[in-house]
Design a binder for this molecule. Structure first.
Ligand SMILES: CC(=O)[C@@H](O)[C@H](O)COP(=O)(O)O
Length: 254
């Protein structure tokens, strides 16, 4: 199966992982072995990630590719500053851009998001924006120079999966950069559906970090992404309103 290419770089898989909510840092090696993620997001505003022996150390020891995120930022100004700090600390131009408009729903502030994306692209960042499932906004983010778009399936941490598959399919059709389903994944079938809708990758955090068995769920999501991608490439049968015999009827007996 073809590799996912973002900003000209081939990534190792089509699953991105958020690990900030893992109940214990000691789970990191087993979760990463199970998920085999292409990228692991790190919240630059969670100081617990950054302390000695914390999550960041565990991820660095594991040698995974880090994707800093601006989770928790409420304005373009905050997001740009956080991204600059992340570039300094982690030595990468890549940033998962999150600008939250409402601390209850954690939905993106689309005005600040677009502003931050434009500023960060001008500053030489490779921007992967967490956005809504609006194809018009997706196109504006790509016009601003974003390397991918990351539409939510449902609110962060809700586990509701893909609430509007038609919108996700419309985002897929609207842009020519990778589409990464981000937020709301609850289990393997959500990830598989996202891939069957044409998404190029899935980012999941809560589904793994708050599962009863994070390691098992990490494996399940990896397999769900692989299955969904394979099913998408296989060309499913069309949905029909009428039955059709699954094998040809050669005539009547008697
Ligand atoms: C880790 C991260 O980037 C999250 O902000 C992302 O949106 C994942 O959301 P879920 O926790 O619903 O998977």
């Amino acid at each position: 199966m073809s590799a996912l290419v973002v900003a000209g770089e081939a990534l190792s898989s089509r699953l991105f992982l958020g690990t900030g909510g893992l109940p214990q840092v000691g789970l990191v090696p087993a979760v990463l072995e199970a998920a085999r993620p292409a990228l692991v997001t790190v919240s630059m505003r969670r100081t617990s990630s950054l302390v000695e022996g914390g999550l960041l150390d565990a991820l660095r020891t594991a040698g995974v590719r880090l994707l800093p995120n601006t989770a928790g930022c409420l304005s373009a100004r905050e997001a740009v500053l956080t991204a600059e700090l992340a570039r300094e600390a982690l030595g990468t131009d890549w940033v998962k851009l999150e600008v939250i408009g409402d601390e209850r729903s954690l939905l993106p502030d689309v005005v600040e998001l677009l502003d931050a994306a434009e500023q960060l692209v001008r500053r030489g960042f490779v921007v992967l924006p967490y956005t809504t499932d609006d194809p018009v906004l997706a196109r504006r983010l790509v016009d601003a120079g974003c390397a991918a778009v990351m539409p939510l399936g449902s609110p962060i941490g809700s586990g509701l999966g893909v609430l509007n598959p038609h919108a996700i399919a419309a985002v897929r059709a609207a842009v020519d950069v990778p589409v990464v389903l981000d937020a709301g994944v609850g289990t393997a079938s959500d990830a598989a559906l996202a891939m069957e809708l044409g998404c190029d990758a899935v980012l999941a955090a809560t589904a793994v970090t708050r599962a009863d068995d994070p390691v098992a769920m990490a494996s399940a999501l990896r397999l769900g992404v692989e299955a969904g991608r394979l099913a998408w490439s296989a060309g499913r049968i069309p949905r029909r309103s009428e039955a059709r015999a699954s094998s040809p009827v050669l005539g009547r007996i008697g």
